[in-house]
Ligand binder design. Structure first.
Ligand code: PSU
Ligand code: MN
Length: 296
């Protein structure tokens, strides 16, 4: 595993670091928005006094803190989309790979990074049995995952139930409802709410000090001005889902297909919301990372 000099130095000097995933760049957003967004997110972290560490795999080499050139090289290799269980394959076979929430969490934990900002987590899919490794990884890795909940392309109710089954600690940030990505808030209640980054840091500290393994999932709703109505998203979603079914798209290919179709069908409206919620999650992750340091 290669940890970039900047990230290594920050970890040694106690400067806050946040992890960022590479699947959202490679398979979640279309070119050139993906590379632009990756840059914007890293700059935002730096402006907030936090060192960003984008995680991905380049020709079998795990990289924590990818440079711009390394991100471009990874994209040029048409990387695999990998969860934790595929890390050994990518490394052993010297493949380039973009890491999903599960793989990014595992690598962040190994590297000693406590906070990770993403867009949406994977969960329980609608239809055929398909449950993301993101959930089972959250049961294991002690990382704070800041996300805007999950997309309603998933079965939100079952995803929430699975988070309970796998003992994932979930808190809503300034909300009592589970957020569903572009659509703002779902109707499903969250049991626990926190209203400050300091409180999130306190919950994480308690978890660690008790040795209760697993993630602290922070459900951070998209800013109100970028919410797209459920009705509107539903229309796009139904069409994209039925195409997916007709084309026989399954497994890993489902999420990227749905994401890109929904972006096309909405004339880019969902893309803007996706980018804005990512920025919002990075900002909160920075505040949490700083709170963890001041508490130390
Ligand atoms: N949801 C999004 N955008 C994404 C993903 C999920 O709104 O880019 C990506 C994340 O990397 C997540 C992965 O970890 O998809 C889940 O994929 P799967 O459902 O195949 O486990
Ligand atoms: Mn799956």
């Amino acid at each position: 595993m290669i940890i970039s000099e900047k990230v290594k130095k920050a970890l040694e000097d106690g400067i806050p670091v946040i992890a960022l995933e590479s699947t959202v760049i490679a398979h979640g957003l279309p070119y050139p928005h993906n590379v632009e967004t990756a840059k914007i997110l890293e700059e935002m972290a730096l402006e907030n006094g936090v060192v960003p560490a984008t995680i991905g795999i380049l020709k079998g080499e795990i990289i924590v803190g990818m440079s711009r050139e390394q991100i471009n090289e990874m994209l040029a290799d048409e990387p695999l989309k990998i969860g934790t269980r595929e890390i050994p394959y990518a490394v052993g076979m010297k493949k380039s790979a973009a890491t999903t929430v599960s793989a990014t969490m595992r690598i962040a934990r190994i590297a000693g990074i406590d906070v990770f900002a993403t867009g949406g987590i994977g969960g329980v899919h609608i239809g055929d049995w398909d449950v993301s490794q993101d959930i089972t990884e959250m049961a294991k890795s002690d990382v704070i995952v800041v996300s805007a909940g999950c997309k309603s392309i998933l079965d939100v109710k079952k995803t929430i139930e699975f988070l309970e089954t796998f003992q994932v600690t979930v808190v809503g940030y300034k909300t009592n409802k589970f957020p569903i990505f572009y659509e703002g808030l779902s109707d499903f209640n969250l049991e626990h709410r926190v209203d400050s980054p300091e409180d999130i840091a306190k919950v994480f500290r308690a978890k660690k000090s008790l040795g209760i393994e697993g993630a602290l999932l922070v459900a951070n709703p998209i800013p109100q001005e970028f919410v797209i109505s459920e009705q509107e998203v539903d229309g796009y979603m139904k069409q994209a889902l039925s195409e997916c079914f007709e084309k026989g798209i399954t497994g890993k290919a489902v999420t990227p297909y749905l994401l890109s179709r929904i972006a096309q069908l909405s004339n880019g409206k969902t893309l803007t919301s996706n980018i804005e919620l990512l920025k919002n999650n990075v900002l909160l992750a920075c505040q949490i990372a700083k709170s963890l340091k001041t508490m130390a």
